[in-house]
Design a protein around this ligand. Structure first.
Ligand SMILES: *[C@@H]1O[C@H](CO)[C@@H](O)[C@H](O)[C@H]1NC(C)=O
Length: 141
């Protein structure tokens, strides 16, 4: 369960529809349309440099070590949280008094907030709605 999943749990759906439909729809499209690159938050957290390299490779770009360092710093959770271009503070549909769009960015932090019953309910709902066995989210890194 990643950041996006937690966001979905608090909102029930994403602004433009169901999170499940959004994620599965693009995942399905990726199988037949090679010009889509899917990135997982957990992978980015685990090794941001590796994921930048994969993205550059996908885009057919090479990146200088200096630019890579700049990107690495810019996409760190705490830096993005402070960046109004990334933290949705300019988007009025997001009510930051209820919850900031960017919370902690810690993979697996849901374990500190969910009860066992809530986790079971989530897993059941997830299993029912996410039927594609090729789409795997990691719970931890
Ligand atoms: C979002 O970014 C703006 C601009 O840096 C900052 O003032 C605001 O506190 C940030 N919001 C959150 C929730 O961190």
């Amino acid at each position: 369960m990643g950041l996006t999943l937690l966001l979905m749990l608090f909102c029930g759906s994403v602004v433009f529809g169901s999170w499940y439909d959004h994620v599965s729809g693009w995942w399905k499209k990726k199988q037949t349309y090679p010009k889509l690159h899917y990135m997982f938050y957990e992978d980015l957290s685990e090794d941001t440099g590796r994921e930048i390299d994969k993205l550059c490779s996908f885009l057919g770009l090479s990146i200088s070590p200096e630019l890579k360092e700049k990107v690495l710093s810019g996409v760190q959770f705490d830096n993005m949280k402070k960046n109004q271009m990334a933290n949705y503070s300019t988007l009025s549909v997001m009510d930051m008094k209820i919850s900031p769009f960017m919370r902690k960015g810690k993979v697996g932090d849901w374990k500190n907030h969910f009860t066992v019953a809530q986790n079971e309910a989530f897993d059941e709902d997830y299993k029912e709605k996410m039927k594609d066995p090729t789409l795997h989210f990691r719970n931890e890194i």
